[in-house]
Design a protein around this ligand. Structure first.
Ligand code: VG1
Ligand code: CO
Length: 543
């Protein structure tokens, strides 16, 4: 084995976004592109010698090539050991758990999450730190700075590791352990939820459909739902991870998981439907006849947390990303616990979780999780719902409606305008930002603007400040309009418009969501000129 130091030239576009570096596959296929980025990560870390690194990905196209490169670069940079999921696979929450469980220095997670895969699809690389969570901005900024000046990378000249075989291998002097991607994660779930109660639920004829969307959660869902919990075979569909997700878009929302939604609204609906995304950290929850918004799901899980054994003693606090509806705030208020509003992206929850200030976190983009790992966790959310259903012995619909009747209802929708011309999108956001100071105190549609700003977050644990995290216009009655630019898209710009309206417990709880929000949708258009300036008649995706 020889360690090689290879000369390279920097790329200017390796800036990590909301969740790692995401680009089209051909961008990653450029000579030295992967090597430069991984070396830039390692150059930004301290104390690599003698430590363990976790590597795994969601199995999308190019995963196999990048895993082998990452192993060889890790070996040349002095890691003592790499833990890699069999076949190079690990879900994002699975990787987070493995990092924590085996006290690794960190992990390289290969995924572009909910973005489509395949030779012309997207690929992504993300670094997670020793708490199992996404690297904070201090590290991603350092990686980007390094990537702009890098002039060489280190790699061992060693054969590829046979990732099909569980057990101990070597790459250069470094130990490579190929591990079962599911086993440790499944054990962790068993410590959090009442598996006996869940087995009894399925034994009693409870019917569920879980759509793994041909992505990474398939093996996890087969092993846990059908294996450990005795759900009938066929409960999990699209359960084999495919490099191109079967040509689909592995985003579990009402657009891309429409067949599941239709099934749950149809005449032969099962009791419960769920799905997860490309890398297994998102979840979709649908009951017979009712879709549960991710914001409501967060509030419901928090309100019912003590029904699951892992949370029996109560929760310390809740955190939600800024665009997520304030449904969870009502629960925190009632429980008398801390509530935090953070910028979009899971990396902002890490400090609060580490400090023990919050137990449950969530995002409107179908992300829910807890202090059991440091990523959002799709299957965890599904198991949490099953645990709640098993204990309460009510339908999803009854549970949701009871919740609204107690806390009121936060009508909520997100409108995405994808692949918009970046210059138009940026100008639009800049112009709206300029208008904000003048909006406060003004009346629209019978509501008064109580605040209008570009969200800035001061982390209460380490004091770091993250500015320009999205425009929010809040009204005195609890309604909100939020607009921000996506940090995960790979082509042009994606504008996300978030709309929320609060109805008290004795208000109108049964309206159609889009109609309930129509006045706010129109007001957002009046204030931003979004449709007019982008030339779009309607959003590409409505969630
Ligand atoms: C989106 C979501 C955000 C989520 C992020 C990563 O980011 O809005 O809530 O944390 O994706 O999720 P953005 O910047 O495009 O709005 V995943 O499942 O793609 O890792
Ligand atoms: Co994801």
């Amino acid at each position: 084995m020889t360690m090689q130091q290879i000369k390279t030239t920097p790329f200017s576009d390796q800036k990590p976004g909301t969740s790692g570096l995401r680009k089209r596959v051909p961008v990653f296929q450029q000579a030295n592109y992967i090597e430069n980025f991984i070396q830039s990560i390692f150059d930004s870390l301290e104390g690599i010698a003698g430590r363990t690194l976790v590597i795994g990905g969601d199995g999308r196209f190019y995963n196999d090539v990048v895993v082998q490169k990452a192993i060889k670069i890790a070996a040349a940079n002095g890691f003592a050991r790499v833990l890699v999921g069999q076949g190079g696979l690990l879900s994002t929450p699975g990787a987070s758990h493995i990092i924590r469980h085996y006290k690794a220095l960190g992990g390289i997670v290969l995924s572009a999450s909910h973005n489509p895969g395949g030779p012309d699809g997207d690929f992504g690389i993300k670094y997670n730190i020793d708490n199992g969570g996404p690297a904070p901005e201090r590290i991603t900024d350092a990686v980007f700075a390094r990537s702009k000046v890098i002039d060489s990378y280190k790699i061992v000249d060693a054969p590829d590791v046979d990732l099909g075989k569980l057990g101990t291998h070597k790459s250069g002097d470094m130990i490579v352990e190929v591990i079962d991607p599911v086993a440790d994660y499944a054990d962790l779930m068993e410590t959090l939820f009442d598996f006996d109660a869940l087995r009894a639920l399925f034994a009693g004829g409870f019917r569920m459909q879980f759509d793994a969307m041909s992505a990474i959660t398939g093996p996890y869902a087969h092993a846990i739902l059908e294996g450990k919990l005795g759900a009938p075979k066929g409960t999990v569909i699209n359960g084999t991870p495919l490099p191109d997700f079967g040509g689909g878009h592995p985003d579990p929302n009402l657009v891309y998981a429409k067949p599941l939604f239709d099934l749950l609204m149809g005449p032969d609906a099962p009791d419960f439907g769920a799905a997860s995304d490309g890398d297994g950290d998102r979840n979709l929850i649908i009951g017979r006849n009712i879709f549960v918004t991710p914001s409501d799901s967060l509030a419901l899980i928090a309100a019912n947390a003590t029904l699951a054994p892992g949370y029996r003693n109560g929760i310390a606090g809740i955190a939600r990303s800024m665009p997520t509806s304030a449904a969870a705030d009502k629960v925190a208020e009632k429980l008398g616990i801390e509530m935090h509003e953070t910028p979009t992206g899971w990396k902002f929850f890490g400090n609060l979780l580490d400090a023990g200030r919050v137990t449950i976190c969530g995002e409107e983009s179908s992300g829910t999780g807890s202090n059991h790992v440091r990523e959002k966790d799709g299957l965890w959310a599904v198991l949490f719902w099953l645990n709640i259903l098993a204990v309460r012995k009510q339908s999803v619909e009854a549970i949701v409606k009871e919740h609204w009747a107690t806390y009121g209802r936060n009508y909520y929708t997100r409108h995405d305008y994808e692949e918009v011309d970046a210059a138009i999108a940026n100008a639009l956001v800049d112009d709206l930002r300029a208008k904000l100071p003048g909006l406060v105190g003004q009346g629209f549609e019978g509501m008064t603007v109580s605040y209008a700003d570009d969200f800035s977050y001061s982390d209460p644990v380490d004091g770091s400040v993250s500015g320009k995290q999205g425009i929010r216009i809040g009204f005195s009655n609890g309604s909100r309009i939020v607009l921000r630019l996506s940090g995960t898209g790979t082509v042009g710009a994606t504008l996300r418009l978030y709309l929320e309206r609060y109805e008290t417990a004795n208000g109108h709880l049964d309206l159609d969501t889009q109609s309930a929000l129509e006045p706010l949708i129109q007001l957002a258009e009046r204030l931003s000129g979004l449709r007019q300036r982008t030339g779009r008649a309607a959003p590409n995706v409505i969630t």
